[in-house]
Design a protein around this ligand. Structure first.
Ligand code: NAP
Length: 325
């Protein structure tokens, strides 16, 4: 199926994952309506407007997750909706206002706009592994996490995992709303997305990766690194819309590594660099679980080799002036 003449929309288009999604959609011939929060900020728009095909087929609209009805104009006339916008932060002064409300209410706002538009065939939401495996079950090397796993909101709250709680509650609300309103919904659950940055600013997952290079890996709050290439994430979103049989949830993790392994690969790729000698992370050598790739493969995802993702991320961070190794 070709994207020619199909109109789709992407929320939070300035972001790391969404920018790649917009790029791939334009390359496939789609017309893309894309929401950004601040149309006057060139750091949020210029990288999108300079994409190939943008002049002819990219339309930027302003929308904020907090505003009821803000997405009506965006989804109007679309066949597919990709909802990626959601705040990411691992600490918050007011978790409810900064993370949970925009994630949950924002998702419902987008879905409420979708219900009004009969041309919409499917909605694809960018969820996360965050809503999959935070439930207190032991995660040792015998465990293969898959799409049947659900994070437990109570566990997240008890452990003050506010971003994870926001993604867990937003996904739950989305499935409930989709069921009640007959929306064909697919959710994509990427791990830590790495790979080249299109946007000029640093997003959280690129920062997590950069922290390795700067010797600050101990700041990472999770037991293992579930890496996935951002280009695979964008591709999976499009497949989730295009493949008629796509349904339900899709985990998207290429490799699970502990800190020690991550640093070892980086050192092999950049032997002459001044990478930290040792990982300061106390979880550096923890055994790690695996994440099933079977469902993602059924979408046609060919996972980018880890070394390619690592090298491309480092080169992109260097090119944009974030690191110097
Ligand atoms: N990166 C990862 O490793 C990863 C992994 C799993 C899942 N995810 C999910 O993927 C999605 C995109 O993440 P990303 O890494 O690409 O993050 P990002 O670069 O920070 O992009 C997030 C986007 O959400 C928008 N946004 C935040 N609050 C908003 C609000 N109140 N109203 C409208 N838009 C708002 C941001 O708009 P502004 O540009 O205006 O701030 C930005 O465009 C998120 O749903 C995230 O949970 C990411």
């Amino acid at each position: 199926m070709s994207g020619e003449e199909k109109v789709v929309c992407v929320t939070g288009a300035s972001g790391y994952i969404a920018s790649w999604l917009v790029k791939l959609l334009l390359e496939r011939g789609f017309s893309v309506k894309a929401s950004v929060r601040d149309l006057d900020d060139p750091r949020k728009t210029e990288h999108l407007l300079s994409l190939e095909g943008a002049k002819e087929r990219l339309h930027l609209l302003r929308a904020d997750l907090f505003e009821e009805g803000a997405f009506d104009a965006l989804v109007e006339g679309c066949e597919g909706v990709f909802h990626t916008a959601s705040p990411i932060a691992f600490s918050a002064n007011d978790p409810e206002a900064e993370l949970i409300e925009p994630a949950v209410k924002g998702t419902l706002n987008v879905l409420r706009s979708c219900v009004k538009v009969p041309s919409i065939k499917r909605v694809v939401i960018t969820s996360s592994t965050a809503s999959i495996w935070y439930n207190g079950k032991p995660l040792n090397s015998d465990v293969v996490v898959d799409e049947t796993w659900f994070s437990d909101p109570v566990y997240c709250e008890q452990n003050k995992l506010w971003y994870i709680l926001s993604k867990t509650l937003a996904e739950k609300a989305a499935w409930q709303f989709a069921k009640e309103n007959g929306i064909d919904l697919v959710t994509i659950h990427p791990g830590i997305s790495i790979g080249p940055l299109l946007q000029p600013t640093l997003n959280v997952s690129s920062e997590i990766f950069m922290n390795f290079i700067k010797g600050r890996a101990q700041k990472f709050p999770f037991p293992a690194y579930t890496f996935i290439d951002v280009r695979d994430v964008a591709f999976a979103h499009i497949q989730a819309f295009e493949v008629p049989s796509a349904s339900g949830r899709y985990c998207l993790v290429g490799n699970v590594l502990n800190s020690y392994e991550t640093l070892k690969i980086l050192k092999e790729l950049y032997p002459a660099s001044s990478l930290p000698e040792e990982c300061e992370d106390e979880k550096a050598l923890l055994p790690k679980h695996q994440v099933s790739k079977e469902k993602a493969k059924s979408l046609g995802v060919n996972f980018t080799p880890l070394e390619v993702s690592f090298r491309d991320t480092v080169e992109s961070l260097k090119e944009k002036g974030f690191i110097d190794i």
